[in-house]
Write a protein of this length. Sequence first.
Length: 192
Amino acid sequence: MRNFFKGVGVLVLFAALLVGVVEVVGLAARQLGRQIFQGVDSTVAAASVAAMSTVVVAVATLVIGRYIEKRKAIEAEIRTSKIPVYSRLVSGLFALLQAEPGPQQTAAAERLFKDLTPDLITWSSDEVLIAWSRFKRSVSTLSPGEAVFALEEMLMAVRRDYGHKGAKVKEGDLLGLFINDIDAYVANRRRI
């Protein structure tokens, strides 16, 4: 939904900008037309203005189309680059969850955080980057129950960045995929 409103906002801004440019160009064209076509038959002047307007609109459409095409290509490249990073992140986190607690798990977590952070800085969306930063900073100070809910928030941010709306996914739904007694944790969390 956030991306939809962002897209609508960009479209409205683009339309307003386009209207403004058309008005400025129209004003300049009228001024120039008065000077150029002074004393010329009005039929010839109207035909000349229509021809020039057609050329200007065609060029503007081409330039704007190329700009939009370039933006889409950049977005597609970023998307293809972030998918492997997110896959490594989720796989690494699941490996940490399944590991035996102790010094080896702590060392693996530090390696995972160290290895993934540069890629997340480069390729992730703002929402995922913020969720990762908050998770990384707080995971060592949270209780295990709270840490898994922080993990779920980060996983939801990754899913949203993939394009999933997540409107029907509630707290505990993702965690329920790999934590059998998550309903007890969710009920306890709601009581607090």
